[in-house]
Design a protein around this ligand. Structure first.
Ligand SMILES: NC(=O)c1ccc[n+]([C@@H]2O[C@H](COP(=O)([O-])OP(=O)(O)OC[C@H]3O[C@@H](n4cnc5c(N)ncnc54)[C@H](O)[C@@H]3O)[C@@H](O)[C@H]2O)c1
Length: 411
């Protein structure tokens, strides 16, 4: 079977290398030529454990980098679209990259080639937007949606050992090709209507976001009452036998709000779907509004600890979560922005992986330090914003520094 993958970011590169590692012949293409050149040179453009080895094993063998979309699509049996689906100002998903990517292959692919959307698209999108778009171009190809559930920082493991595979299909042609492809993965394989497949992805992300906002609200409530040891209370909550040992506990914990590429845009997109259909989702709107407030509330907490505006403030952690160099929609950027807005201009930051990416993305006038120790030696007040393991115990090393533990992580 010959596979084409469009978009070689976190999801696309993982998908391409995952299928290549299983022995399928894969051609990958990304519109970003710099990204393609890096990958062609054997370098993964972002931090993702396992991908470097997979690239080294498969590049030039089962994984080929295509020169163009046409080159990638030529003679393919299945095309996966893994391009971005960012949010529009009203929260709804922007399908421009997706439709452009589909457009770029329609004249090349044979009519039996299955077109599969792996990008996250809101319920209703395949049936109401993608399939009509393909048909309007005169193409009769089978069209399907196959949402991806991998987590950044664990892309490779999650893709190679999925807990479930969900395929939204309307015909046997798509179903048969997907069945053949995924038989090597040994996970429960569910064929559902496209709307259901899309909804399952949003069920998952909206639950995670709701748990995070719930935890943040409980932590704020605890702050309003004297003498509550918030971190300890949550850790004891996790011992409940209905929760104990479950990975979900990492989401039932307070912090400074969810960020990253997926949760903020996906929750906003689901809200937009509901509102456009005349339903106001009260819980979802609460989840969003609390999350939007979290950076400002966190910055105020840091400012209260710092006091004078001339105080040097340290920020430990810039990526949106530990174990990743992704800074998209990172709470750190918003917190620093709110501090600067509040008149704190001497800000020193350190992140083990994400400093260059953070600087390139946000261009904030802050000072980057070579280590967490340098931040603590320089600043009287230090906020822990991303819970990197290496920050554990830093409050013991610098007992005179005022730490604001925004992730309830120290101690
Ligand atoms: N990042 C995650 O953890 C994750 C998890 C599950 C699902 N998703 C979803 O998967 C999709 C991709 O996310 P990502 O994090 O991999 O994004 P990304 O930004 O890392 O990668 C997207 C890639 O698509 C490329 N691209 C854009 N238009 C193109 C075109 N016409 N042809 C070829 N390439 C094109 C971009 O250059 C970019 O490299 C999104 O819909 C996202 O919501 C992401």
């Amino acid at each position: 079977m010959r596979i084409a993958v469009f978009g070689l970011g976190f999801v696309g590169l993982t998908t391409a290398l995952g299928f290549a590692d299983k022995g399928y012949s894969v051609r990958g293409y990304d519109i970003n030529q710099e990204r393609c050149a890096e990958i062609a040179g054997g370098k993964v453009p972002f931090f993702e454990p396992g991908l470097d080895d997979a690239l080294a094993r498969n590049l030039g063998k089962t994984f080929i980098l295509a020169d163009s979309a046409i080159d990638a699509a030529d003679q393919s049996d299945i095309c996966f679209f893994c391009v971005g689906t960012p949010g529009l100002p009203d929260g709804s998903a922007d399908l421009a990259q997706l439709l452009l990517a589909i457009d770029s292959v329609l004249e090349t692919v044979s009519e039996v080639c299955v077109l599969v959307v792996k990008s996250t698209i809101p319920p209703g999108t395949l049936n109401e937007r993608v399939t009509p778009y393909v048909r309007a171009k005169g193409a009769g190809n089978p069209v399907a949606v196959n949402p991806e559930f991998l987590r950044e920082g664990k892309c490779w493991d999650d893709f190679m050992n999925p807990d479930r595979i969900v395929c939204g299909v309307t015909d046997d042609a798509a179903k048969n090709v997907l069945a053949e492809l995924y038989k090597l993965f040994g996970a429960p394989l569910h064929y559902v209507e496209p709307n259901t497949a899309e909804f399952i992805k949003y069920l998952s992300n909206s639950l995670l976001a709701a748990l995070i906002s719930y935890s943040n609200e409980m932590a704020l409530l605890a702050d309003a009452v004297d003498g509550i040891e918030t971190a300890r209370a949550f850790r004891i909550l996790h011992e409940d036998r209905r929760l104990a040992g479950a990975g979900i506990n990492t989401y039932i914990y307070p912090g400074c709000g969810y960020g990253g590429y997926c949760l903020p845009k996906d929750i906003a997109a689901l809200d937009a779907v509901a509102l456009n259909r005349g339903f106001t989702p009260r819980i979802l709107e609460g989840v969003i509004s609390l999350n939007n407030e979290m950076p400002e509330l966190t910055a105020r907490k840091i400012a209260r600890a710092a006091g004078e505006k001339t105080e040097k403030i340290g920020i430990l952690g810039l990526s949106f979560k530990r174990g990743s160099d992704d800074v998209r929609d990172s709470p750190a950027a918003k917190i620093i922005g709110a501090l600067v807005q509040g008149g704190y201009v001497s800000i020193y930051a350190y992140d083990p992986l994400a400093m260059q990416e953070f600087h390139n993305t946000y261009r904030l006038s802050i000072t980057y330090c070579a280590s967490a120790n340098e931040v603590c030696e320089t600043c009287g007040t230090v906020a822990l914003v991303t819970a990197w393991d290496e920050f554990q115990g830093i409050d013991k090393t610098f007992p005179d520094t005022r730490f604001v533990d925004c992730r309830y992580f120290l101690g």
